[in-house]
Every structure is written in structure tokens, then in C-alpha cells.
Write a protein that binds this ligand. Structure first.
Ligand code: PLP
Length: 359
């Protein structure tokens, strides 16, 4: 297997791929692939409801909330959230912690009135703004945050107390740690980092709050359409949901979100320790306390060295270590499915590279 540190679509657990391979042509003796079956038939129905049930259990989703399987990626949610919840005469709050929060805000601006409650843009998105730096968040129709900033490598380690209904883009850290879902009015995540292949977007929505906001613009873009139809209003991305179910089964075997969080912390610490103990050779982008356990971003002393580092890493089989094209540098994405051994190999490589480049 490649040592895959890509930011997304990202590595999947090997046992999941092998199981899918086994079942690919002949699902449970039916003589058909799951992707060849009706989404209204009994085989797919079991896949759909099991995936939902597993996610409910793994993420401890209370009965007040409903799980939806939608399409269009997290980017579609950037629009659906304001389309549904930002009504005329009200204001939506956004906390800017990176490019994805900016994109979410831009979509809301097209629809209604917005307000930036806090932003770490001036300090190059190195940190999560502390509550003491927030502007007044009262009276907002919702407050939108990005729980993990895939590009800058920062993460909310504690979620803010706010009177506004809290909406979170969790695309790059969903299922990586235990979470109190009751704090959120709605959260969403494209699957392609921690949940499976791209194609399905998981939404977890507070039922009453969602029901009290209908969207008169479009039936399909109204969350209530999908709430009422168990995400079967139209043909869902059946193969992606099948794969999601397999990933969730694997996540259970890892000890659920508790087990995954422990492992993710261990993986992240290996890399952050390596950065910290490099005598300033590697410089982490994120400030202390805001470091992501999913995307470790860092720079080398200059761009020439970065290029050389990335080239040598690629020769050793490390995939996807280049930083996002918008900010450059290096980034190791260590989502749930990236094995500890792969991270240990990367830490060893970084240490040897450092030793070979005495400053
Ligand atoms: N939000 C975050 C935090 C992301 O990391 C990404 C993609 O990397 C997106 C949104 C966009 O997701 P999608 O491609 O599913 O629209």
C-alpha cells in the first residue's frame, strides 16, 4: 500500500477495500453488484438503514437529530445552509478560520445578511479565535464554524458556547473524536476524508429546528424534503453509502470515536514532536493549542528545501505531502484510516532529512 497522506479524497482502511472487492460483483449471493440494484429494494434498504444506524451509534446522535445522506459535497451545504436558515431580515454569523469558512461565507452573502463574528485571517489563519475576541453573537439566525481547517491545519479542540444555533462544517474531522451532537443545530461533512469515498455528504440536523425552517425556493434544496423521505427522495449515491457503511463497521472495530481519537492524537503528536524538536528547521503553521490532529502543516527554511524535501519524500513512497496550492509548504493529512506505522515512517524520514541538513 502507498504511504498516502493526501488531504482528500484520502486513504481508506485496507480491510474496507478488500471487503468491497470481495462483494463487488456478487453482493450477498445476489449475482449483482450493490450499485446495480434498485435503491428501493430490500438489499439496498438494509445497507442504507444499517449505515445510518451505525453512524447514529458511533457518533452518539440523540433522537432530537436526524442523519441525512445527501449529494453535492460540503460545497452544496455552503449554499443549502443559508438557503434554509438565513431568512429575510435576519443575519447569519460566520467565524472565519480558513479558506473553507470563507467559501461558506461567500455563499451566504449571496443569499442574505451576514456578520463575521470572529476571524483569524490577519494572523494567516494560524489559530482558532478565542471567545474573548468574538464580536456580539446575539440575535443571529445561526453561527457557522469550520471544525477542522484542512488547508491551514488548525482545529477547534473545544466547541464554543453560543446562543445562536451552531452549524459546523466537519468535512475533515468528522468521526475523529467523541462529540456532543446536542450542541449543534446542524453539522455536515463530505465523506471523502474520514467516512468513505466521495459522493455522499453526511448531514446531522436538529429535527425541530430544521422543520421550523422551510425553504420555498427549491424542493430538492429543502432539508425537510430529505428529512421526510429518509434521504430517498431521489436516487441516493448508493455505492458511496455502501462504502460508508463498511468504513463505519471498521470504525467500530477501532473502538469507535474514543479509540480513533486516542490513535489520532498519538499520530499527530509524533509529527508535532518531530517539528518541535527540529531546532526550528521545520516550522509548524498552526499556533500551539490550535494544531489539527488531522492535517499537520509545516514549512522548511526556504522553498528550495521544501521542493527537495517533497521530492525525496515522494521517492521514498510518501504521497500527497505538498501543502494546498493556495499556501504551499508541506501538509501531512493523517485521517482515521492512515495507519500509525505510516506516520512513524514519516516521522523517521523527517528526522533523517533534518539530520542530513544541519543548519
Ligand atoms: N470544507 C472543508 C473543511 C474541506 O476540507 C473541503 C474539501 O477539502 C470542503 C469543505 C469542500 O468539500 P467538497 O469537495 O465535498 O465540496
Amino acid at each position: 500500500r502507498a504511504l498516502n497522506f493526501s488531504a482528500g479524497p484520502a486513504a481508506l482502511p485496507l480491510p474496507v477495500l478488500e471487503r468491497a472487492q470481495q462483494e463487488f460483483v456478487n453482493f450477498k449471493g445476489t449475482g449483482m453488484s450493490i450499485m446495480e440494484m434498485s435503491h428501493r429494494g430490500k438489499h439496498y434498504d438494509a445497507v442504507h438503514s444499517e449505515a445510518k444506524q451505525r453512524l447514529k451509534q458511533l457518533m452518539n446522535v440523540p433522537d432530537t437529530h436526524e442523519i441525512l445522506f445527501l449529494q453535492g459535497g460540503a460545497s452544496m451545504q455552503f449554499s443549502m445552509v443559508p438557503l434554509n436558515f438565513l431568512k429575510e431580515g435576519s443575519t447569519a454569523g460566520y467565524i472565519l478560520t480558513g479558506s473553507w469558512s470563507e467559501k461558506a461565507l461567500q455563499e451566504a452573502e449571496r443569499i442574505g445578511k451576514t456578520f463575521i463574528v470572529a476571524s483569524s485571517k490577519e494572523s494567516k489563519y494560524r489559530s482558532i479565535p478565542s471567545k474573548s475576541d468574538w464580536k456580539d453573537d446575539s440575535g443571529l439566525s445561526y453561527l457557522h464554524i469550520t471544525s477542522n481547517n484542512t488547508i491551514y491545519g488548525t482545529q477547534w479542540h473545544e466547541f464554543p458556547e453560543t446562543n445562536a444555533p451552531l452549524v459546523a462544517d466537519m468535512s475533515s474531522d468528522i468521526l475523529s473524536r467523541p462529540l456532543d451532537i446536542s450542541k449543534f443545530a446542524l453539522l455536515y461533512a463530505g465523506a471523502q476524508k474520514n467516512l468513505g469515498p466521495s459522493g455522499v455528504t453526511v448531514v446531522i440536523a436538529h429535527k425541530e429546528w430544521t422543520a421550523s425552517h422551510s425553504n420555498s425556493l427549491s424542493k430538492f434544496l429543502d432539508y425537510n424534503t430529505h428529512l421526510k423521505t429518509d434521504s430517498l427522495y431521489n436516487t441516493p449515491p448508493t455505492f458511496s453509502i455502501y462504502m460508508l457503511g463498511l468504513v463505519l463497521e471498521w470504525a467500530e472495530e477501532q473502538g469507535g470515536t474514543d479509540g480513533l481519537a486516542t490513535l489520532n492524537k498519538e499520530k499527530a503528536e509524533l509529527l508535532y514532536d518531530c517539528i518541535e524538536n527540529s531546532g526550528g528547521f521545520y516550522r509548524g503553521h498552526a499556533e500551539k493549542g490550535s494544531e489539527s490532529h488531522m492535517n499537520v502543516t509545516f514549512n522548511l527554511p526556504d522553498q528550495e528545501l521544501e521542493k527537495d524535501f517533497l521530492g525525496k519524500a515522494a521517492n521514498e513512497g510518501f504521497i500527497g505531502l505538498n501543502g494546498h496550492r493556495s499556501i504551499g509548504g508541506c501538509r501531512a493529512s493523517i485521517y482515521n484510516a492512515v495507519p500509525l506505522e505510516a506516520v512513524e515512517k514519516l516521522a523517521d524520514f523527517m528526522k533523517v532529512y533534518r539530520k542530513n541538513h544541519p543548519s
